[in-house]
Write a protein that binds this ligand. Structure first.
Ligand SMILES: NC(=O)c1ccc[n+]([C@@H]2O[C@H](COP(=O)([O-])OP(=O)(O)OC[C@H]3O[C@@H](n4cnc5c(N)ncnc54)[C@H](OP(=O)(O)O)[C@@H]3O)[C@@H](O)[C@H]2O)c1
Length: 352
């Protein structure tokens, strides 16, 4: 057994001992010889110094990595794509394809060599967009008229209409929102239907369309499924509560599905955009919006490079430099309502 004895020197350390050094005398029982062991112990000041240096290093590495990743997925991807979209199958399916983001995705996918199945409510608009795509990009189109506020009956029709098509890409895009900030009960009292429509359109359709299209992708061991979530999913958004919560659902569903099917050759991507020009954002000042065509081009460049992205360089800067810097507690605090009304007024102010 060893006795650990502090030498006398520790109380009165000689000059040559450095700060933070503990000298221990190791003496074996029954032995007369002594061995001096020197243990280096950091002072609190030295430990704080090390923690500080490591933190700065970690933050610098994170920032450099984030910048490099941003350059790769938003700038270099213009020329150096993550994947060749057309190699995943000849057909793409886009829900909510007659306006805004869905229409822009449909055009961009056709431009990149895919035939497109367009799904929306209005047959007239569907035929118009289909004609534009065929004329401008020389690709084939099919249209399916369906109202996603409906229940299970519409999915039998959609499933039948998609039968036999080799679908490489599914874009779950259809969505509805409130046009102005609104308390939950104010929305509900406009009609109970409001709840069912939003839930069916923004959530049920994403799950059911995945159920229809995914099996043939898994069988071929390749496919891309895109979920149009929103920046509204990144923070709880009072006064657009149901919309914000529905977009969290889309985002989580996409992330979980990605974990389940990545090893089976499926790319799943969740997109969380800020304002994009569309019917949904017609009240928003145009200075805060990205054109739908530019957004779709940039967002499609990120496929295969990022599983969860805002979709564009400007939205990524907006998100990481501004939006995510606002602490989450503000959005659920007593300041949340005045704060959101203030932001809303800033965004629509100049139009009034
Ligand atoms: N715009 C933005 O700033 C923004 C930001 C973040 C996320 N998003 C998300 O992006 C997606 C598209 O938004 P958007 O701004 O492009 O919307 P939008 O301009 O209002 O277009 C919506 C599209 O969906 C179709 N649609 C609407 N309700 C439908 C229904 N019940 N059944 C079938 N089709 C329906 C519309 O066509 P018909 O009227 O012909 O049916 C239209 O093609 C949404 O999921 C939204 O949450 C948008």
């Amino acid at each position: 057994m060893l006795n650990f004895l502090l030498t006398e020197g520790i109380r009165d350390p000689p000059q040559q001992w450095s700060k933070g050094q503990l000298r221990v005398c190791l003496q074996q029982e029954g032995e007369t010889g002594e061995t001096m062991a020197v243990l280096n112990i950091f002072s609190l000041e030295q430990m704080l110094h090390v923690v500080g240096v490591l933190s700065v290093l970690w933050l610098s590495l994170k920032t450099v990595w984030a910048l490099a990743h941003g350059v790769r997925i938003f700038l270099l991807s213009e020329k150096w794509r993550g994947v060749d979209l057309a190699s995943y199958g000849p057909w793409a399916v886009v829900t909510g394809a007659t306006a805004g983001i869905g229409k822009a995705y449909s055009h961009e996918l056709a431009r990149r060599g895919l035939n497109v199945v367009l799904i929306s409510r209005s047959l007239e608009k569907l035929k118009q967009v289909a004609a534009e795509i065929e004329e401008q990009h020389g690709r084939s189109t099919r249209v399916i008229q369906a109202d996603f506020t409906g229940g299970s009956e519409i999915y039998e029709l959609i499933g039948a209409a998609l039968q036999g098509l080799e679908i490489g890409i599914l874009v779950n895009n259809v969505g509805q929102s409130v046009q102005t900030p609104m308390y939950f009960l104010d929305g509900v009292y406009k009609g109970d239907q409001y709840i069912y429509d939003l839930v069916h359109c923004n959530m049920l359709s994403y799950v059911k369309m995945t159920q229809i299209v995914l099996p043939q992708m898994v069988a071929r061991k390749k496919g891309i499924v895109i979920y149009m979530s929103s920046a509204a999913a990144l923070r709880p958004l009072p006064l657009a509560l149901l919309y914000s919560a529905s977009k969290v659902f889309d985002d989580f569903f996409a992330q979980g599905l990605d974990a389940e099917y990545r090893s089976k050759g499926i790319i799943v991507q969740s997109i969380t955009p800020h304002f994009v020009e569309s019917n949904m954002t017609r009240q928003i000042n145009r200075h805060y919006k990205l054109s739908a065509a530019s957004f779709a081009r940039q967002a499609l460049n990120t496929v295969g490079l990022s599983r969860r992205t805002t979709g564009s360089l400007s939205h990524s800067i907006q998100c990481n430099v501004l939006f995510k810097r606002i602490p989450e507690w503000i959005f659920v605090s007593p300041f949340a309502i005045p704060f959101i009304l203030y932001l809303w007024k800033k965004c629509v102010k100049e139009r009034k």
